[in-house]
Design a protein around this ligand. Structure first.
Ligand SMILES: *Cc1c(COP(=O)(O)O)cnc(C)c1O
Length: 496
């Protein structure tokens, strides 16, 4: 069955292929691409339980990316999920305190963004070839820390691509900055800006929308594309690990065939949990989709009241990748629960743009019954990390700590003790300071790399390569520019 893609805001429902959707990223009308239908898994859970991660990924990708050949998809999958990951399992499950932690942080930058950003470059190059595009693809990204490094690692030395990442010079953690400025690859360029993340993002958006610049680039053999999390080429690979987690539990006889499980996802932009929603709709036996927020609890409020309202204070937390007030990917869910109604969705999104809020109908709310939303305060998150460590010796990062805390609230409220998978989205080594501070406040005055070694000792896990590397790696990028010079810097890098 062919699956095509339509914009969540296009009432005419004009279809494009998966490869075209991957190349475009965002639709011209500002909407997000969604599949024309959600395909069902066509292998039994039993059959899938005998497969490797790569094989399961193929079974999922082939159903969504139907204009790719088997050979193309397998090439993309095998180029992505290889020795860049520090375990052959790619996404291992660790049982601790009655839940299964799905460790999505074994890739190059030790955060779950690697799961999608290690394959996106390959999907993009294949898409470009398919659509007879001769230009080199130039990825432009503004980052507040994690996405930039994961995109750099994914695109580094991928032929036919260049990548430029802008970050706020004084707005990322020391470890995050070191990770980026030491990035290898002749096609990579990392630029600090004298401004904040919003200014970096606005600058990037302006370049994307600049028609004259696009023409100049085209003449020189380049075109822009985006690696941000609304790209369907990032969303689809994320569905695979939920299927993998389920069939792994089945294979190990932790659950029986068809038994339902719950999934807990620490959520920011709503991409990761939307992938779980798609997995459920493919027929994977998931009961509850538990959406965990930090103190920026706009999603919790949305699930409790039916109103999405971003008009509130933005809170900086120790789980910065979830410090988000506009969860972009939620638009896809809104479109689906509106009955794939682009007009209704556009109306709500227009409300969000103009007044910062919108309210869904009672009928739409009914379709959210498989979701449970809650949030964890900074203190609750720290307590969850400390308690899990003290009870089991297992150390989780701050984002996963939010999920663990919310899962505790869910269990206390409902008494539901179904087998549960918690998406573990970052290695604790990526947020060492906050994690160690949660375990013992005495650690607060130690230097970053001292804490790294302490964490390794306490958790009895080796320091990941991604961290070892940056201790001594030479700085390769030291460009810092004014916000107004971002475009000139891109041109300089491309030699135009
Ligand atoms: C990006 C990120 C999240 C949030 O994921 P979304 O798909 O944006 O909901 C959670 N944890 C970590 C560590 C992340 O990097």
């Amino acid at each position: 069955m062919v699956v095509n893609y339509v914009s969540t805001r296009d009432t005419k429902k004009q279809e494009i292929t998966a490869s075209q959707a991957i190349l475009k990223g965002l639709a011209d009308d500002g909407g997000l691409f969604v599949p024309t239908s959600i395909p069902k898994l066509d292998k039994s859970l039993k059959e899938l339980s005998e497969m490797t991660y790569q094989e399961v990924a193929y079974e999922v990708l082939k159903l969504f990316l139907t204009d790719f050949t088997e050979e193309e998809l397998k090439h993309c999958i095998n180029s992505a999920y290889d020795s860049k990951f520090d375990t052959e399992e790619i996404a291992p499950l660790v049982m601790a305190d009655g839940a299964y932690y799905l460790e999505l942080f074994h890739g190059a930058t030790i955060a779950f963004k690697d799961m999608a950003l290690s394959i996106l470059p390959h999907l993009m190059i294949t898409s470009a070839r398919k659509n007879k595009i001769k230009n080199d693809i130039v990825i432009l990204t503004a980052t507040s820390g994690d996405t930039g490094k994961a995109a750099l690692a994914g695109f580094a030395d991928v032929e036919g691509t260049r990548i430029v990442v802008f970050y706020p010079k004084n707005g990322v953690s020391a470890i995050q900055e070191r990770q980026m400025v030491t990035q290898k690859g002749d096609n990579t360029h990392v630029v600090g800006i004298k401004g904040n993340f919003d200014q970096a993002q606005t600058g990037v958006k302006e370049m994307f929308n600049d028609k004259e610049l696009a023409a100049e680039l085209d003449a020189a053999g380049f075109q822009f594309s985006s690696a941000n999390s609304i790209n369907i080429g990032r969303l689809v690979p994320q569905i695979a690990y939920y299927v993998y987690a389920y069939v792994k539990l089945l294979g190990e006889e932790k659950i029986s065939d068809g038994e339902t499980i719950n999934v807990v996802v620490p959520t920011g932009n709503f991409g990761n949990i939307l992938a779980a929603f798609y997995a459920k709709n493919m027929g994977l036996p998931i009961e509850k989709l538990i959406c965990a927020s930090n103190e920026n609890k706009v999603l919790y409020d949305f699930f409790s009241t039916g109103e999405y309202d971003k008009n509130r204070e933005f809170i900086l937390t120790n789980s910065p990748s979830m410090d988000i007030l506009i969860s972009s990917n939620l638009e896809r869910l809104i479109y689906h629960i509106a009955g794939n109604d682009a007009e209704k969705n556009s109306e709500l999104m227009e409300g969000l743009r103009t007044t910062g809020k919108y309210e869904i109908t009672a009928e739409m709310r009914e379709k959210l019954s498989s979701f449970y939303g809650n949030f964890a305060t900074e203190k609750e998150t720290g307590d969850a990390i400390k308690k899990l460590y003290e009870d089991t010796g297992y150390i989780i990062d701050t984002h996963t700590g939010v999920a663990a805390s919310v899962y505790g609230k869910y269990k206390a409220e409902t008494g539901d003790d179904k087998a549960t998978v918690i998406a573990s989205t970052a290695s604790p080594f990526k947020f060492t300071r906050a994690v160690m501070g949660a375990i013992d406040t005495d650690y607060e005055n130690e230097e970053d790399f001292v804490l790294v070694d302490k964490l390794s000792e306490l958790g009895k896990v080796a320091v990941p390569n991604a961290i070892e590397e940056i201790r001594t790696a030479p700085v390769r990028h030291d460009t810092v520019v004014e916000v107004s010079d971002m475009c000139a810097e891109v041109k300089r890098f491309l030699g135009i």
